[in-house]
Design a protein around this ligand. Sequence first.
Ligand SMILES: [Zn+2]
Ligand SMILES: [Zn+2]
Length: 241
Amino acid sequence: MGKSQEKEREERAEKAETAIRKIKVVLKQHKRPPLDKRKKLDRIKDILKRVPDRKQKILEIKETRNALAELDELLAFAAECDKDEWEDVPEVRTKPPKLGSKMSLGRDRIFNGSRSSVSWYKDTRARIIKKNARQHKGKIVCEDCNSVLELKEAQIDHIKDWARYQNNADLIYFCFDGWHFSGQLLDDIRAVYNDEDNLQVLCDSCNPSKSGKKGDDLNGPQPMYACPYGGSDECDWDKVE
Ligand SMILES: [Zn+2]
Ligand SMILES: [Zn+2]
């Protein structure tokens, strides 16, 4: 082996030693990298299984084409680390973040699970009463005890607890702060709340919501799993604000 060739090997081993030291710091700092970065780190970890970290040992590696290519890969990765490309890489979450109560997907508000955020349409009450009167020869009748009611006595009631009706609204899926959620849009939930097929006229004493009976709880967005991309732009799920 010629002198210059030997010097070249020495230099390469020295560079590799420095690179590996740097890489090990980066590996320690990125325990749960997002999917796209994880693939890269897994590859580097795999190479490190075959490459010793001391210069003298590196010099003993049999210089096959494959071994040289792997050393080059380590050097290239260390250069990437130098350029701070690994500084702001997000971590994959282990727990879902807390959602705010007023979140939107584009222009659409996401239903936050609170009953108080849902309301009647302007004409729902009038339409239900009109329908009731049509079915009772012009009189407004309680659909439970059949007593005849004054207009102002008529109360609108959900036949099936409308929380169970919630499934009738489409599910949406979104990425928020490093976690994936399923949920529903407030407008869709409101349409379900106002679904005339599930509404009836009752008198005050037959109305369960007036007698203190509480309905089932409603569901806001449900956490699914950690965003594999740590919530970064690599993830193509809709982002929520
Ligand atoms: Zn009644
Ligand atoms: Zn995501």
